[in-house]
Design a protein around this ligand. Structure first.
Ligand code: FAD
Length: 457
């Protein structure tokens, strides 16, 4: 019998596997449905550049991802920030440094923005990201959508629209769909609103990687070797207190423990015998995945910089922002990345790539001039369409779920342990959160199966 079966080879499952190897716990297999590792990180190519079609950025404070990148010698470079960003919110256009949202709105709007941000921070203060459901006002905050909170607390139309746009950008879901308690947890686990919206030093969009972050998952897979089985979708899991049998396209595996590292919204595709307890099923069935189509546009040069612009565009009146300049350092090309997020992604998912290309280029031309209509290449990737992700960047909770059932995301059930970025208490929704969750689940397994004197687990 194996010690452990890991289901899912995204950053969470791979990190669990790597942790087990580091501690000499080699008796495991890792089963992955796709024909590749990395899950919501995925390789792509535009021109002759290797890029990330999925997860991409790293905040400088994300210690685990930073360590992995350094270990595998995957080099980071910064998002381009010199010059002005373009903001058009509520038909009002401003150019300025990317980070300074409050200065966009004039004195009255700026004060309203700062006041609302302060209120959010006050609500977040007693929230423990290990146990957000224990917040003293958990039920009340969970009964409310982010939209309700914005309507009641942001006392000026300009920052109100900005808060809505920010929510859709961070979660790929509309504020009317998301529980306020969940939103507060998401923000706090990553260090707060300003960190999550920022590309400046310290911000979540500050650094990306030459060749792409997805390379790291491939390097981890190389270390795991033959214990990794690709195209091994798991369809059923039988379990009791002592053992677990996992049925996959690559056969049946019995082990003492399992780490299940798949997006919680996909768990319903696995048949558990006996069935999982109702609170566990309740949280998985009620979470939803965000929606996003990520696009890339390659130009001969980053010509917008000559106009004093840094490539960042954030607007509430088009479906195609945020956009940022992520041209790799040390070469001449101009490279922009952007997103159709939330409802915009759903509405544009059925268009052809060519139609989406036209929408993107016409918008870019408004700000950067006619040169924007002549890129070397355009590609996009629709994550609403990915069978083994079901959307992105992560799952979010609608009202009335997280306070009551959130704790069941992570609590082990018999031999079953749970990983995945949605179970993380730090940087939930991000690659860093996935790594944290995998390391945590591997730790649980090792504590539950201490090594005997004869070396066996
Ligand atoms: C477009 C996009 C942009 C993003 N941007 C960023 C960013 O800039 N920075 C950042 O930190 N994060 C970003 N994210 C989020 C980040 O990619 C994810 O949080 C992270 O990769 C999740 O890792 P995970 O291991 O928890 O889950 P996944 O990566 O989803 O891994 C789960 C794995 O389980 C497999 N699986 C599912 N069901 C089964 C089954 N039944 N049997 C076997 N295997 C199964 C899947 O194929 C997958 O490989 C982005 C995501 C997307 C899609």
């Amino acid at each position: 019998m194996l010690d452990t079966v890991i289901v899912g080879a995204g950053f969470a499952g791979l990190s669990a596997a790597r942790t087990l190897i580091t501690k000499g716990r080699e008796g495991f297999v890792i089963l992955e449905a796709r024909d590749r590792v990395g899950g919501r990180t995925k390789p792509g190519v535009i021109g002759n550049l290797d890029i990330d079609l999925g997860g991409m950025w790293m905040a400088p404070g994300q210690a685990r991802l930073k360590r992995l990148a350094a270990h595998y010698r995957v080099r980071p470079y910064p998002t381009y920030l010199d010059g002005n960003a373009v903001f058009r919110i509520s038909k009002r256009e401003r150019q300025g440094p990317r980070e300074d949202l409050s200065r966009l709105f004039g004195i009255g709007g700026g004060l309203a923005y700062l006041h609302a941000r302060w209120k959010l921070e006050r609500l977040m203060a007693p929230l423990d990201t290990e146990r957000p459901w224990a917040h003293p006002e958990a039920e009340r905050l969970d009964a409310m959508t982010v939209e309700t909170w914005i309507a009641r607390n942001v006392l000026h139309p300009l920052p109100r629209v900005a808060f809505r746009t920010v929510c859709a950008t961070i979660l790929c879901a509309e504020p009317s769909q998301v529980s306020l308690l969940f939103f507060l947890h998401y923000l706090k686990s990553g260090g707060g609103l300003e960190v999550l919206i920022s590309s400046d030093t310290g911000g979540a969009q500050n650094l990306l990687f030459h060749g792409g972050v997805h390379q790291i998952s491939r390097f981890m897979a190389d270390e795991i070797g033959e214990r990794l089985r690709l195209e091994a979708a798991v369809s059923a899991i039988e379990w009791n207190d002592d053992a677990v049998t996992v049925h996959s396209e690559r056969g049946r595996f019995t082990a003492r423990k399992a780490i299940i590292a798949v997006p919680p919204t996909l768990l319903r595709r696995i048949r558990f015998t006996p069935e999982l307890p109702q609170p566990k099923t309740a949280i998985h069935d009620r979470l939803s995945m965000g929606s996003s189509i990520k696009f890339w546009v390659l130009y001969r040069t980053p010509f917008w910089r000559k106009r004093g612009l840094n490539g960042t565009i954030l607007r509430d009146d088009v479906p195609t922002t945020p956009i940022m300049d992520v041209s790799p350092t040390g070469q001449d090309r101009g490279l922009l990345v952007g997103f159709f997020d939330g409802n915009h992604a759903i509405r544009h998912a059925d268009l052809t790539t060519e139609d989406r290309r036209i929408v993107v280029l016409e918008m870019l031309a408004e700000h950067f001039g006619p040169e924007a209509l002549r890129p070397l290449d355009y590609i996009d990737h629709d994550w609403t369409d990915e069978e083994w992700s079901g959307g992105c960047y992560g799952a979010y909770a609608p009202p009335g779920v997280f306070a009551r059932y959130g704790e069941h995301l992570r609590i082990p059930i018999g031999p079953l342990h749970w990983a995945g970025t949605e179970t993380a208490s730090e940087w939930t929704g991000y690659i860093e959160g996935a790594i944290q969750s995998g390391e945590r689940a591997a730790g649980e397994i090792m504590r539950a199966m201490p090594v005997q004197n004869d070396g066996s687990a």
